[in-house]
Design a protein around this ligand. Structure first.
Ligand code: ATP
Ligand code: MG
Length: 446
Protein backbone atom coordinates (compact mmCIF):
# COMPACT_ATOMS: atom_id res chain seq x y z
CA UNK A 1 0.00 0.00 0.00
CA UNK A 2 1.16 3.51 -0.82
CA UNK A 3 0.48 5.82 2.08
CA UNK A 4 -0.47 8.68 -0.28
CA UNK A 5 -3.45 6.60 -1.41
CA UNK A 6 -4.33 5.02 1.92
CA UNK A 7 -6.76 6.16 4.60
CA UNK A 8 -4.76 6.56 7.80
CA UNK A 9 -6.24 9.45 9.78
CA UNK A 10 -3.55 9.78 12.49
CA UNK A 11 -4.13 12.25 15.32
CA UNK A 12 -1.33 14.49 16.60
CA UNK A 13 -2.97 15.25 19.93
CA UNK A 14 -3.72 12.76 22.66
CA UNK A 15 -7.49 12.19 22.75
CA UNK A 16 -8.78 13.34 26.14
CA UNK A 17 -11.26 10.48 26.54
CA UNK A 18 -8.62 7.72 26.38
CA UNK A 19 -7.42 6.64 29.82
CA UNK A 20 -5.12 3.78 28.87
CA UNK A 21 -2.32 3.51 26.36
CA UNK A 22 -3.94 1.00 23.99
CA UNK A 23 -7.06 3.11 23.60
CA UNK A 24 -4.95 6.24 23.11
CA UNK A 25 -2.75 4.66 20.43
CA UNK A 26 -5.64 3.00 18.61
CA UNK A 27 -7.34 6.39 18.27
CA UNK A 28 -4.13 8.24 17.41
CA UNK A 29 -3.08 5.65 14.82
CA UNK A 30 -6.45 5.97 13.09
CA UNK A 31 -7.48 2.37 13.79
CA UNK A 32 -10.94 2.93 15.25
CA UNK A 33 -13.55 5.63 15.62
CA UNK A 34 -16.08 5.65 18.42
CA UNK A 35 -19.71 5.91 17.22
CA UNK A 36 -21.47 5.56 20.59
CA UNK A 37 -20.33 4.45 24.03
CA UNK A 38 -18.54 1.11 23.53
CA UNK A 39 -19.40 0.95 19.81
CA UNK A 40 -16.67 1.46 17.20
CA UNK A 41 -16.10 1.68 13.50
CA UNK A 42 -12.98 -0.15 12.38
CA UNK A 43 -10.87 2.03 10.12
CA UNK A 44 -8.53 0.36 7.59
CA UNK A 45 -5.49 -0.06 9.84
CA UNK A 46 -7.54 -1.40 12.74
CA UNK A 47 -9.49 -3.71 10.47
CA UNK A 48 -6.25 -5.20 9.10
CA UNK A 49 -5.07 -6.17 12.57
CA UNK A 50 -8.52 -7.48 13.48
CA UNK A 51 -8.47 -9.69 10.36
CA UNK A 52 -4.99 -11.01 11.17
CA UNK A 53 -6.10 -11.95 14.65
CA UNK A 54 -9.22 -13.63 13.26
CA UNK A 55 -7.09 -15.55 10.77
CA UNK A 56 -4.85 -16.95 13.52
CA UNK A 57 -7.91 -17.92 15.55
CA UNK A 58 -9.42 -19.71 12.54
CA UNK A 59 -6.20 -21.56 11.76
CA UNK A 60 -5.71 -22.75 15.32
CA UNK A 61 -9.33 -23.78 15.79
CA UNK A 62 -9.25 -25.80 12.61
CA UNK A 63 -5.90 -27.33 13.54
CA UNK A 64 -7.62 -28.63 16.69
CA UNK A 65 -10.43 -30.13 14.53
CA UNK A 66 -13.12 -27.54 15.20
CA UNK A 67 -15.56 -26.56 12.45
CA UNK A 68 -16.55 -22.96 11.56
CA UNK A 69 -20.18 -21.85 11.32
CA UNK A 70 -21.82 -18.42 11.40
CA UNK A 71 -24.91 -17.65 13.44
CA UNK A 72 -26.94 -14.42 13.29
CA UNK A 73 -26.36 -11.57 15.73
CA UNK A 74 -30.15 -11.23 16.25
CA UNK A 75 -31.80 -14.06 18.16
CA UNK A 76 -35.40 -14.88 19.10
CA UNK A 77 -36.09 -14.57 22.84
CA UNK A 78 -37.96 -17.87 22.83
CA UNK A 79 -34.75 -19.89 22.63
CA UNK A 80 -33.54 -18.16 25.78
CA UNK A 81 -36.85 -18.83 27.51
CA UNK A 82 -36.23 -22.54 26.95
CA UNK A 83 -32.91 -22.46 28.81
CA UNK A 84 -34.28 -20.12 31.48
CA UNK A 85 -31.66 -17.47 30.76
CA UNK A 86 -34.00 -14.87 29.24
CA UNK A 87 -34.92 -13.69 32.73
CA UNK A 88 -31.59 -14.53 34.38
CA UNK A 89 -29.27 -12.65 32.08
CA UNK A 90 -30.09 -9.15 33.29
CA UNK A 91 -29.58 -5.70 31.84
CA UNK A 92 -26.47 -6.64 29.84
CA UNK A 93 -28.75 -8.27 27.29
CA UNK A 94 -30.03 -5.83 24.67
CA UNK A 95 -33.70 -6.70 24.16
CA UNK A 96 -35.50 -5.57 21.03
CA UNK A 97 -39.04 -5.92 19.66
CA UNK A 98 -39.56 -6.40 15.94
CA UNK A 99 -42.52 -4.87 14.02
CA UNK A 100 -44.70 -7.86 14.95
CA UNK A 101 -44.01 -7.24 18.63
CA UNK A 102 -41.90 -10.38 18.83
CA UNK A 103 -39.16 -10.36 21.46
CA UNK A 104 -35.69 -10.45 19.95
CA UNK A 105 -32.24 -9.86 21.37
CA UNK A 106 -28.76 -9.04 20.14
CA UNK A 107 -26.78 -12.14 21.14
CA UNK A 108 -24.39 -11.70 24.08
CA UNK A 109 -23.31 -15.36 23.57
CA UNK A 110 -24.75 -18.34 21.66
CA UNK A 111 -25.19 -21.46 23.83
CA UNK A 112 -28.94 -21.59 23.13
CA UNK A 113 -28.72 -21.08 19.39
CA UNK A 114 -25.97 -23.63 18.85
CA UNK A 115 -27.90 -26.14 20.97
CA UNK A 116 -30.91 -25.49 18.73
CA UNK A 117 -28.81 -26.23 15.64
CA UNK A 118 -27.47 -29.38 17.24
CA UNK A 119 -30.85 -30.80 18.24
CA UNK A 120 -32.26 -30.16 14.76
CA UNK A 121 -29.54 -32.15 12.99
CA UNK A 122 -27.73 -34.58 15.26
CA UNK A 123 -29.31 -37.77 16.51
CA UNK A 124 -26.69 -40.39 17.10
CA UNK A 125 -23.57 -40.74 19.23
CA UNK A 126 -21.87 -41.75 15.97
CA UNK A 127 -21.91 -38.08 14.91
CA UNK A 128 -19.88 -37.13 18.00
CA UNK A 129 -17.52 -35.66 18.98
CA UNK A 130 -18.49 -32.36 17.39
CA UNK A 131 -17.14 -28.87 18.02
CA UNK A 132 -18.59 -25.91 16.12
CA UNK A 133 -17.32 -22.37 16.44
CA UNK A 134 -17.85 -18.94 14.96
CA UNK A 135 -16.28 -15.50 15.00
CA UNK A 136 -19.19 -13.11 15.30
CA UNK A 137 -20.17 -9.77 16.85
CA UNK A 138 -21.70 -9.86 20.28
CA UNK A 139 -23.53 -7.17 22.19
CA UNK A 140 -23.48 -6.73 25.96
CA UNK A 141 -24.91 -3.56 27.36
CA UNK A 142 -22.01 -3.15 29.80
CA UNK A 143 -22.61 -0.77 32.71
CA UNK A 144 -19.26 0.87 32.13
CA UNK A 145 -17.95 0.47 28.59
CA UNK A 146 -14.41 1.80 28.70
CA UNK A 147 -10.82 1.47 27.60
CA UNK A 148 -11.79 1.43 23.92
CA UNK A 149 -12.14 -2.05 22.43
CA UNK A 150 -11.15 -3.65 25.76
CA UNK A 151 -14.62 -3.31 27.22
CA UNK A 152 -16.92 -2.50 24.35
CA UNK A 153 -20.64 -3.02 24.14
CA UNK A 154 -20.42 -4.39 20.59
CA UNK A 155 -17.36 -6.63 20.32
CA UNK A 156 -16.02 -9.47 18.23
CA UNK A 157 -15.74 -12.86 19.89
CA UNK A 158 -14.77 -16.32 18.84
CA UNK A 159 -17.23 -18.64 20.52
CA UNK A 160 -16.96 -22.39 20.21
CA UNK A 161 -19.17 -25.18 21.53
CA UNK A 162 -18.36 -28.85 21.99
CA UNK A 163 -20.91 -31.68 21.98
CA UNK A 164 -19.83 -35.02 23.45
CA UNK A 165 -21.38 -38.27 24.59
CA UNK A 166 -19.70 -38.48 27.99
CA UNK A 167 -18.17 -36.20 30.55
CA UNK A 168 -14.73 -37.66 29.80
CA UNK A 169 -15.11 -36.87 26.11
CA UNK A 170 -16.20 -33.33 26.95
CA UNK A 171 -13.23 -32.86 29.27
CA UNK A 172 -10.97 -33.87 26.41
CA UNK A 173 -12.66 -31.17 24.32
CA UNK A 174 -11.99 -28.72 27.16
CA UNK A 175 -8.32 -29.69 27.21
CA UNK A 176 -8.11 -29.48 23.43
CA UNK A 177 -9.39 -25.92 23.65
CA UNK A 178 -6.84 -25.05 26.30
CA UNK A 179 -3.95 -26.23 24.13
CA UNK A 180 -5.29 -24.55 20.99
CA UNK A 181 -5.70 -21.29 22.91
CA UNK A 182 -2.13 -21.42 24.22
CA UNK A 183 -0.91 -21.72 20.67
CA UNK A 184 -3.25 -18.99 19.42
CA UNK A 185 -1.98 -16.42 21.92
CA UNK A 186 1.66 -17.36 21.42
CA UNK A 187 1.31 -16.77 17.68
CA UNK A 188 0.10 -13.27 18.52
CA UNK A 189 3.26 -12.61 20.52
CA UNK A 190 1.39 -12.81 23.84
CA UNK A 191 1.94 -14.65 27.09
CA UNK A 192 -1.59 -15.54 28.23
CA UNK A 193 -1.70 -17.58 31.43
CA UNK A 194 -4.53 -20.05 32.00
CA UNK A 195 -5.94 -19.34 35.44
CA UNK A 196 -8.58 -21.14 37.40
CA UNK A 197 -11.64 -18.87 37.41
CA UNK A 198 -15.33 -18.54 38.28
CA UNK A 199 -18.01 -19.31 35.74
CA UNK A 200 -20.57 -16.47 35.97
CA UNK A 201 -23.76 -16.64 33.87
CA UNK A 202 -22.44 -19.40 31.56
CA UNK A 203 -22.51 -21.93 34.44
CA UNK A 204 -20.43 -25.01 35.31
CA UNK A 205 -17.50 -25.79 37.62
CA UNK A 206 -14.63 -26.37 35.24
CA UNK A 207 -13.39 -23.12 33.86
CA UNK A 208 -10.14 -21.35 33.10
CA UNK A 209 -9.59 -17.79 32.01
CA UNK A 210 -6.56 -16.77 29.93
CA UNK A 211 -4.92 -13.62 31.23
CA UNK A 212 -2.38 -11.28 29.75
CA UNK A 213 -0.45 -9.52 32.50
CA UNK A 214 -0.78 -5.73 32.31
CA UNK A 215 -1.00 -3.05 34.97
CA UNK A 216 -4.16 -1.70 33.30
CA UNK A 217 -5.94 -5.09 33.44
CA UNK A 218 -9.33 -5.23 35.13
CA UNK A 219 -8.73 -8.56 36.90
CA UNK A 220 -6.65 -9.11 40.00
CA UNK A 221 -4.50 -12.22 39.65
CA UNK A 222 -2.28 -14.33 41.89
CA UNK A 223 0.38 -16.62 40.43
CA UNK A 224 3.70 -18.34 40.69
CA UNK A 225 5.92 -16.35 38.33
CA UNK A 226 7.56 -19.50 36.95
CA UNK A 227 4.35 -19.96 34.95
CA UNK A 228 5.29 -17.02 32.70
CA UNK A 229 8.36 -18.89 31.41
CA UNK A 230 6.31 -21.78 29.98
CA UNK A 231 6.16 -21.87 26.18
CA UNK A 232 4.38 -24.17 23.80
CA UNK A 233 6.65 -23.19 20.92
CA UNK A 234 6.47 -25.15 17.70
CA UNK A 235 5.76 -28.54 19.18
CA UNK A 236 3.33 -30.62 17.19
CA UNK A 237 0.41 -31.71 19.35
CA UNK A 238 -1.84 -34.55 18.22
CA UNK A 239 -5.23 -33.18 19.26
CA UNK A 240 -6.81 -36.65 19.19
CA UNK A 241 -4.30 -38.02 21.65
CA UNK A 242 -5.95 -37.50 25.04
CA UNK A 243 -2.88 -38.19 27.14
CA UNK A 244 -0.70 -35.89 25.12
CA UNK A 245 -3.25 -33.05 25.26
CA UNK A 246 -3.79 -33.60 28.99
CA UNK A 247 -0.03 -33.60 29.50
CA UNK A 248 0.26 -30.13 27.97
CA UNK A 249 -2.67 -28.86 30.10
CA UNK A 250 -1.03 -30.23 33.25
CA UNK A 251 2.25 -28.59 32.35
CA UNK A 252 0.55 -25.20 32.01
CA UNK A 253 -1.82 -25.46 35.00
CA UNK A 254 0.15 -27.16 37.76
CA UNK A 255 1.79 -23.97 38.99
CA UNK A 256 -0.50 -21.74 41.04
CA UNK A 257 -2.37 -19.18 38.89
CA UNK A 258 -5.81 -17.89 39.86
CA UNK A 259 -8.02 -14.86 39.54
CA UNK A 260 -9.26 -13.18 42.73
CA UNK A 261 -12.58 -15.03 42.43
CA UNK A 262 -10.97 -18.42 43.12
CA UNK A 263 -7.86 -17.26 44.97
CA UNK A 264 -6.85 -19.42 47.92
CA UNK A 265 -4.53 -17.54 50.29
CA UNK A 266 -3.31 -20.67 52.07
CA UNK A 267 -2.23 -22.35 48.82
CA UNK A 268 -0.67 -19.12 47.60
CA UNK A 269 1.46 -18.88 50.75
CA UNK A 270 3.04 -22.22 49.87
CA UNK A 271 4.74 -20.73 46.81
CA UNK A 272 8.35 -19.73 47.63
CA UNK A 273 8.18 -16.03 48.38
CA UNK A 274 10.54 -15.06 45.54
CA UNK A 275 8.07 -16.50 43.03
CA UNK A 276 4.81 -15.20 44.53
CA UNK A 277 3.11 -12.54 42.41
CA UNK A 278 -0.03 -10.48 42.88
CA UNK A 279 -0.68 -8.42 39.75
CA UNK A 280 -3.31 -7.36 37.24
CA UNK A 281 -4.36 -9.03 34.04
CA UNK A 282 -6.57 -8.69 30.96
CA UNK A 283 -8.94 -11.59 30.29
CA UNK A 284 -8.50 -12.56 26.63
CA UNK A 285 -10.36 -15.86 26.71
CA UNK A 286 -12.26 -18.34 28.81
CA UNK A 287 -13.15 -22.02 28.50
CA UNK A 288 -16.01 -23.82 30.28
CA UNK A 289 -17.27 -27.34 30.75
CA UNK A 290 -20.90 -27.23 31.87
CA UNK A 291 -22.21 -30.73 31.15
CA UNK A 292 -25.92 -30.93 30.37
CA UNK A 293 -26.94 -27.46 31.58
CA UNK A 294 -28.34 -26.51 28.14
CA UNK A 295 -28.78 -29.89 26.47
CA UNK A 296 -31.18 -31.14 29.13
CA UNK A 297 -33.75 -28.31 29.17
CA UNK A 298 -33.46 -27.85 25.40
CA UNK A 299 -33.65 -31.53 24.48
CA UNK A 300 -30.28 -31.86 22.78
CA UNK A 301 -29.94 -35.62 23.01
CA UNK A 302 -28.38 -38.46 21.05
CA UNK A 303 -29.05 -42.16 20.90
CA UNK A 304 -26.11 -43.79 22.67
CA UNK A 305 -24.39 -47.12 21.81
CA UNK A 306 -26.90 -48.98 24.00
CA UNK A 307 -29.91 -47.47 22.18
CA UNK A 308 -30.80 -45.14 25.06
CA UNK A 309 -31.27 -41.40 24.39
CA UNK A 310 -29.07 -39.18 26.56
CA UNK A 311 -28.44 -35.43 26.76
CA UNK A 312 -25.03 -34.45 25.38
CA UNK A 313 -22.19 -33.03 27.46
CA UNK A 314 -21.22 -29.56 26.38
CA UNK A 315 -18.76 -26.77 26.95
CA UNK A 316 -18.25 -23.33 25.51
CA UNK A 317 -15.04 -21.53 24.76
CA UNK A 318 -14.52 -17.85 24.00
CA UNK A 319 -11.72 -15.65 22.72
CA UNK A 320 -12.06 -11.86 22.89
CA UNK A 321 -10.97 -11.16 19.32
CA UNK A 322 -11.47 -7.37 19.35
CA UNK A 323 -10.24 -7.06 22.95
CA UNK A 324 -7.00 -8.74 21.86
CA UNK A 325 -5.97 -5.65 19.91
CA UNK A 326 -6.01 -3.66 23.13
CA UNK A 327 -4.30 -6.43 25.08
CA UNK A 328 -1.49 -6.76 22.53
CA UNK A 329 -0.87 -3.01 22.58
CA UNK A 330 -0.90 -2.91 26.40
CA UNK A 331 1.75 -5.65 26.34
CA UNK A 332 3.81 -4.19 23.49
CA UNK A 333 4.38 -0.45 23.11
CA UNK A 334 6.73 2.38 24.08
CA UNK A 335 6.34 6.13 24.45
CA UNK A 336 6.44 6.61 20.66
CA UNK A 337 3.66 4.21 19.83
CA UNK A 338 2.64 0.63 19.21
CA UNK A 339 5.14 -2.19 18.62
CA UNK A 340 3.26 -4.91 16.72
CA UNK A 341 4.45 -8.49 17.02
CA UNK A 342 5.16 -9.93 13.54
CA UNK A 343 2.24 -12.35 13.85
CA UNK A 344 -0.43 -9.64 13.83
CA UNK A 345 1.15 -6.52 12.35
CA UNK A 346 -1.11 -4.64 9.90
CA UNK A 347 1.74 -4.26 7.39
CA UNK A 348 4.92 -6.31 7.43
CA UNK A 349 7.34 -3.48 6.86
CA UNK A 350 7.34 0.27 6.32
CA UNK A 351 9.35 1.94 3.57
CA UNK A 352 10.35 5.52 4.29
CA UNK A 353 11.45 7.67 1.36
CA UNK A 354 13.64 10.45 2.79
CA UNK A 355 13.58 12.56 -0.39
CA UNK A 356 10.33 12.21 -2.25
CA UNK A 357 10.69 13.57 -5.78
CA UNK A 358 14.37 12.67 -6.07
CA UNK A 359 14.50 10.37 -9.12
CA UNK A 360 16.99 7.81 -7.79
CA UNK A 361 15.44 7.63 -4.31
CA UNK A 362 11.90 7.24 -5.70
CA UNK A 363 13.10 4.50 -8.06
CA UNK A 364 14.91 2.61 -5.28
CA UNK A 365 11.78 2.75 -3.08
CA UNK A 366 9.62 1.51 -5.95
CA UNK A 367 11.99 -1.41 -6.54
CA UNK A 368 11.96 -2.41 -2.88
CA UNK A 369 8.18 -2.06 -2.72
CA UNK A 370 7.69 -4.26 -5.78
CA UNK A 371 10.26 -6.84 -4.67
CA UNK A 372 8.52 -7.23 -1.29
CA UNK A 373 5.10 -7.56 -2.93
CA UNK A 374 6.47 -10.12 -5.37
CA UNK A 375 7.54 -12.20 -2.33
CA UNK A 376 3.99 -12.12 -0.99
CA UNK A 377 4.73 -9.53 1.68
CA UNK A 378 2.59 -6.54 2.57
CA UNK A 379 4.66 -3.32 2.74
CA UNK A 380 3.46 0.19 3.55
CA UNK A 381 5.37 2.73 1.48
CA UNK A 382 5.39 6.27 2.87
CA UNK A 383 5.53 8.13 -0.44
CA UNK A 384 4.06 11.36 0.91
CA UNK A 385 5.81 14.66 0.39
CA UNK A 386 6.56 15.11 4.11
CA UNK A 387 9.57 15.83 6.29
CA UNK A 388 11.56 12.79 7.39
CA UNK A 389 10.75 13.53 11.04
CA UNK A 390 7.01 13.40 10.40
CA UNK A 391 7.36 10.15 8.45
CA UNK A 392 9.37 8.51 11.26
CA UNK A 393 6.86 9.68 13.86
CA UNK A 394 3.91 8.13 11.96
CA UNK A 395 5.80 4.87 11.41
CA UNK A 396 6.72 4.68 15.10
CA UNK A 397 3.13 5.41 16.12
CA UNK A 398 1.54 2.75 13.91
CA UNK A 399 4.22 0.33 15.08
CA UNK A 400 5.25 -1.80 12.09
CA UNK A 401 7.99 -4.10 13.41
CA UNK A 402 10.44 -3.29 10.57
CA UNK A 403 11.30 -0.17 8.62
CA UNK A 404 13.44 0.29 5.53
CA UNK A 405 14.71 3.85 5.17
CA UNK A 406 15.88 5.00 1.74
CA UNK A 407 17.74 8.27 1.10
CA UNK A 408 20.16 9.76 -1.44
CA UNK A 409 23.15 9.59 0.91
CA UNK A 410 22.81 5.86 1.58
CA UNK A 411 22.06 5.08 -2.03
CA UNK A 412 25.32 6.79 -3.06
CA UNK A 413 27.05 4.06 -0.99
CA UNK A 414 24.71 1.32 -2.25
CA UNK A 415 22.87 0.90 1.07
CA UNK A 416 19.52 1.40 2.73
CA UNK A 417 18.79 1.23 6.46
CA UNK A 418 16.84 -1.59 8.12
CA UNK A 419 15.48 -0.71 11.56
CA UNK A 420 13.81 -2.86 14.19
CA UNK A 421 10.91 -1.06 15.87
CA UNK A 422 11.34 -3.15 19.00
CA UNK A 423 15.09 -2.70 19.62
CA UNK A 424 15.49 0.57 17.73
CA UNK A 425 18.66 -0.85 16.20
CA UNK A 426 19.53 -0.03 12.60
CA UNK A 427 21.73 -1.74 10.11
CA UNK A 428 22.98 -0.63 6.70
CA UNK A 429 22.76 -3.14 3.90
CA UNK A 430 21.95 -3.38 0.21
CA UNK A 431 18.31 -3.11 -0.84
CA UNK A 432 18.33 -6.76 -1.95
CA UNK A 433 19.74 -7.92 1.38
CA UNK A 434 17.10 -5.88 3.24
CA UNK A 435 14.31 -7.51 1.24
CA UNK A 436 15.79 -10.96 1.83
CA UNK A 437 16.01 -10.30 5.55
CA UNK A 438 12.34 -9.32 5.74
CA UNK A 439 11.33 -12.39 3.73
CA UNK A 440 13.32 -14.56 6.12
CA UNK A 441 11.82 -12.96 9.25
CA UNK A 442 8.23 -13.49 8.10
CA UNK A 443 8.80 -17.03 6.87
CA UNK A 444 8.75 -18.04 10.55
CA UNK A 445 5.35 -16.40 11.14
CA UNK A 446 3.18 -17.48 8.21
P1 ATP B 1 -15.50 -9.93 31.47
O1 ATP B 1 -15.32 -10.68 32.77
O2 ATP B 1 -14.26 -9.20 31.02
O3 ATP B 1 -16.72 -9.09 31.44
P2 ATP B 1 -16.71 -12.30 30.47
O4 ATP B 1 -16.07 -13.30 31.37
O5 ATP B 1 -18.07 -11.85 30.76
O6 ATP B 1 -15.74 -11.03 30.34
P3 ATP B 1 -16.88 -14.30 28.38
O7 ATP B 1 -18.32 -14.58 28.39
O8 ATP B 1 -15.93 -15.24 29.02
O9 ATP B 1 -16.63 -12.82 28.96
O10 ATP B 1 -16.46 -13.98 26.87
C1 ATP B 1 -15.31 -14.49 26.20
C2 ATP B 1 -14.28 -13.41 25.95
O11 ATP B 1 -14.86 -12.28 25.29
C3 ATP B 1 -13.69 -12.82 27.23
O12 ATP B 1 -12.65 -13.64 27.69
C4 ATP B 1 -13.20 -11.48 26.76
O13 ATP B 1 -11.90 -11.60 26.21
C5 ATP B 1 -14.17 -11.10 25.66
N1 ATP B 1 -15.12 -10.08 26.15
C6 ATP B 1 -16.09 -10.24 27.06
N2 ATP B 1 -16.76 -9.09 27.28
C7 ATP B 1 -16.19 -8.17 26.45
C8 ATP B 1 -16.44 -6.79 26.20
N3 ATP B 1 -17.40 -6.14 26.82
N4 ATP B 1 -15.65 -6.15 25.28
C9 ATP B 1 -14.67 -6.82 24.64
N5 ATP B 1 -14.40 -8.12 24.84
C10 ATP B 1 -15.14 -8.80 25.73
MG1 MG C 1 -15.02 -14.70 30.90
Amino acid sequence: MRLSRYFLPVLKENPAEAQIVSHRYMLRAGMIKQQAAGIYSWLPLGLKVLRRIEQIVHEEQQRAGHIPVLMPTMQPADLWRESGRYDDYGAEMLRIKDRHERDMLFGPTNEEMITDIFRAHVNSYKDLPLTLYQIQWKFRDEVRPRFGVMRGREFLMKDGYNFDLTKDDALHAYNRHMVSYLRTYERMGLTAIPMRAASGPIGGDNTHEFLVLASTGESEVFYDDRVTALKLGNREVDFDNRDEVLGVCNEFTSLYARTDETHDAALFEQIPEAHRRNARGIEVGQIFYFGTKYSEPMGATVVGPDGVRVPVHMGSHGIGVSRLLGAIIEASHDDKGIIWPEGVTPFDVGIVNLKQGDGATDAACEDIYKALKAKGLDPLYDDRDERAGAKFASMDLIGLPWRITVGPRGLANGVVELTSRRSGESEELSAEAAVDRIVHIYAAHR
